[in-house]
Design a protein around this ligand. Structure first.
Ligand code: ATP
Ligand code: MG
Length: 465
């Protein structure tokens, strides 16, 4: 691609630079030797001259320190596929801190943050672009599903510790051989054949989170399990490998899964890979469940659209939907192991949700309806809305509560009431609640109408000083 001026740095790597001459027929160049010149061309065409120059600069700095640098992992995979890459990862054969420090000293405006506990660093460029640096390492798993013991290694060791062949490729940034492509396990060929393949037979036993990582990659990139890898998955499940994984690590992977835009496809794959039990018993009516999940995802989007600054754990909405028809004890058992702050609300919501339709139908006043919605957590409210079509009265009622009623407060607070002569204590709390209800029912709208209402209710004497 020749242009008059160099393209700006693609500071948001989520933005792919689109098609180019390399992928007229396929985004992934055909298997076989992939010369450095072709990789350099790919980097320039897909990521732009300015990012290429940044990679050259780091390669130079790292080489001067005698610690070669490589582009690795998901970045290489995404580059080959011409997919947007969310983060650009570099592996350093040596002291990351020294390389990051030298980059920040020599490159204008670049700041580095070093994390000693992980031996990693982040390079932050003035335009917001960032690069992640990690030391090449050897990993040894002392027991199945345990965290690995780590020691420094070279790029070959760093590639073999990785999860799948498609993530075990590297590109040299060394000035002597910039663009040299390292693909010892045939990751490029597997990408071309849409295959997900582990690097060695113990991979899933060492780290069962790779099974769920693999499921996400399979959904994202439409990959099939390579046949031996499928056998290894079955073997790992036969050994009940997930029972050895800590709840925190399992939950982190499940949360990533629940955050996938294509969650319905991921859930279908969960079934195909015999993994339902991680989340819930296999559903009897999968299609109906997937339809509710899709509505749940729309609800989450709807909520973020209307309340952009407000926090919402989307995973809790989806879990509530997923657990609606499972025995309560099943949900409780799982939440017991997962460090999910919202867990207790999910259990409460699961109790409440079954009663809600009848209770809502019976509630005559707006305040009664609002109190019912308030008995659910936010994820519970969205999960309930997701059970019904957009036009259903329950969905409408939930929308009305969230948009109109939730923000309504009583025009008088506790201090106002005390200034009017009411004594502090539980009675005051009851009056405040009644005032809030009166506001929800439209009986009062401001301080004055609230004061008159208090008089009519006999709470305040008729003549106020
Ligand atoms: P994404 O686009 O989702 O970020 P990614 O491949 O970059 O995909 P990361 O979680 O960012 O995934 O991990 C970066 C790289 O680290 C992976 O490509 C893989 O090589 C390696 N990696 C991450 N987790 C594991 C794991 N549990 N076991 C082995 N290698 C892993
Ligand atoms: Mg990544």
């Amino acid at each position: 691609m020749t242009t008059d001026k160099p393209p700006a740095v693609n500071s948001d790597p989520l933005i792919s630079t689109g098609h180019d001459s390399l992928d007229a027929h396929s985004a992934i160049p055909k298997a076989g030797h992939l010369p450095a010149a072709q990789i350099r061309q790919m980097l320039q065409q897909r990521w732009g001259d300015a990012l290429l120059e940044r990679l050259h600069a780091i390669g130079r700095i790292a080489a001067n320190l005698g610690t070669p640098a490589y582009l690795v992992g998901g970045s290489v995979r995404d580059l080959l596929q011409n997919h947007p890459t969310p983060d650009v990862d570099l592996a350093i054969e040596g002291d990351v801190r020294a390389v990051a420090g030298a980059c920040s000293a020599e490159l204008s405006g670049v700041q580095c943050t070093y994390h000693p506990q992980f031996g990693t660093a982040i390079l932050q460029y003035p335009d917001g672009f960032q690069l992640d640096l990690a030391r090449c390492r050897i990993e040894h798993y002392p027991a199945p599903a345990a965290l690995p013991e780590v020691q420094p290694g070279d790029i070959q060791a760093d590639l073999i510790r990785r999860d799948f062949t498609i993530n075990a490729m590297a590109i040299s940034l060394d000035p002597e051989n910039f663009g040299d492509f390292l693909d010892p396990y045939g990751g490029r060929e597997d990408l071309q054949h849409s295959l997900l393949r582990v690097l060695h037979p113990l991979s899933f036993l060492d780290d069962p989170t790779r099974i769920l990582r693999g499921l996400r990659f399979a959904v994202r990139f439409q990959l099939q399990l390579e046949i031996d890898t499928r056998g290894l998955l079955e073997e790992a499940l036969a050994q009940d490998i997930f029972a050895r994984l800590s709840g925190a690590r399992l939950w982190r992977e499940l949360k990533y899964l629940l955050e996938l835009t294509d969650l319905p496809a991921a859930l279908e794959k969960l079934g195909a890979w015999q993994l339902w039990t991680l989340l819930r018993p296999a559903p009897l009516e999968l299609e109906a469940l997937l339809a509710r999940i899709r509505r749940g995802q729309q609800e989450i989007k709807w909520f973020h659209c209307h309340f952009s600054g407000e926090k919402l754990l989307g995973a809790a909405v989806l879990l509530t939907i997923l657990w609606r028809d499972v025995p309560w004890a099943e949900a409780e058992k799982r939440l017991h192991y997962w460090p999910l702050a919202e867990g207790c609300h999910i259990l409460n919501d699961l109790h409440r949700l079954s009663e809600m339709p009848v209770a809502l139908a019976k509630a005559s006043r707006p305040s009664a309806v609002a109190r019912l919605w308030e008995s659910l957590s936010l994820p519970g409210m969205l999960a309930l809305r997701a059970e019904y079509p957009e036009t259903d009265a329950i969905t409408e009622s939930g929308r009305y509560y969230l948009l109109k009623q939730r923000g309504l407060t009583s025009p008088l607070n506790g201090k106002d009431l005390q200034a009017m002569g009411l004594a502090p204590g539980p009675q005051l709390g009851k009056v405040l609640r009644r005032l809030h209800d009166a506001r929800l029912d439209g009986a009062i709208k401001d301080k004055e109408t609230a004061r008159q209402w208090l008089i009519r209710q006999g709470i305040l004497p008729a003549i106020q000083p």
